[in-house]
Design a binder for this molecule. Structure first.
Ligand SMILES: [Zn+2]
Length: 317
């Protein structure tokens, strides 16, 4: 079976529990994988596997990304890999000690590089100066247990930002990006271009939120900042229509992000990792570009941990 030709026929192929897809592969599926998933070139991904005996690294010429999100101050078993990606909601409810707990956990993981972003729960990372309505200010004050001075960032915001970017955190391989790009070189010598955004369409109280209305320009402005050379994109929100269906059956992803991801200048983006909608955990694979190059695919991963394993994505260098 030509999996690339097949890939182009439907708009996407999707993998999410509870109906695992078993697909033919040009590579043998590692015997340790008891309930695989999918395997394709130049990308492979693993959703279901034995966490104590994860699939073998594909070897030289590949980079293994281990994708997690929405860990909310909990600790999980995480398989080894070249780069750990965390797509936000690091803390349970945005308090500094909760964030510290997650950073301490991440520091102890063996991955040489760990690229992480925040999410709407991580309120201590967001200066309320950017929250422009009074009710949000009051609720944030209550959440943080501080009387907030409207002219200065709260004390915990300064401490939280320092925690994410201090030398000790960076020495543990952690790279925190907040509407920023980063370049990471793996032990194979492959340099990957990352971009990360913690933003989500506004829903109740939270940090880094913007109007998700179709007519809103906020989301358009936020995602216009993704550089065209981006290969690995981390956002907290899904894009509209991709692993974004809520328990109530509604699509909760962002219109503006979907439009940006479909623009030709992001055709280098091979992996998009997000979370936020916990129940929509899973993987979709789409062709990118004009569809003529069957090797150009993008793997979209909703990596919300919830009750699931980290999702492993291997990309050919
Ligand atoms: Zn979450």
């Amino acid at each position: 079976m030509n999996i690339f030709r097949d890939l182009l026929r439907p708009r996407s192929r999707r993998h999410r529990p509870p109906q695992p897809e078993l697909e033919s592969s040009t590579e043998p599926i590692p015997s340790s994988v008891t309930d695989t998933t999918s395997s394709m070139e130049p990308a492979r991904y693993y959703v279901h596997y034995d966490i104590d005996n994860p699939p073998a690294h594909p070897g030289n010429g590949w980079t293994r990304f281990v994708c997690i999100s929405d860990t909310h101050s909990r600790r999980f078993n995480v398989p080894p890999g070249d780069v750990l990606l965390h797509s936000g909601d690091l803390s349970s409810w945005g308090e500094l000690p909760q964030l510290r707990k997650t950073i301490d956990w991440l520091k102890g993981l063996p991955h040489p590089a760990k690229v992480i972003i925040a999410g709407n729960h991580d309120v201590c990372l967001r200066s309320f100066l950017a929250l422009n309505h009074a009710s949000a200010h009051r609720l944030l004050s209550a959440l943080l247990g501080q009387r907030l001075d409207s002219r200065r960032p709260p004390r915990d915001t300064l401490a939280a930002q320092d925690l994410m970017r201090c030398q000790e955190t960076r020495d543990a391989g952690i790279v925190y990006i907040e509407h920023e790009a980063a370049q990471i070189v793996t032990s194979n010598g492959r340099e990957w271009a990352f971009y990360g955004s913690p933003a989500t369409p506004r829903y109740a109280l939270g940090a880094f939120q913007y109007s998700g209305m179709l007519s809103s320009v906020e989301g358009v402005d936020i995602y216009a900042r993704i550089p065209p050379n981006t290969e690995i994109l981390l956002t907290h929100t899904p894009a509209l229509g991709i692993c974004d269906i809520t328990k109530r059956g509604k699509h909760a992803g962002c219109h503006a992000l979907r439009d940006r991801l479909e623009s030709p200048d992001l055709s280098n983006c091979r992996l998009h990792v997000f979370g936020h909608i916990h129940e929509a955990q899973g993987v979709e694979v789409h062709p990118v570009g004009d569809g003529t190059d069957t090797l150009k695919v993008r793997v979209s991963v909703n990596a919300a941990m919830h009750d699931y394993n980290p999702i492993i994505v291997d990309l050919l260098d």
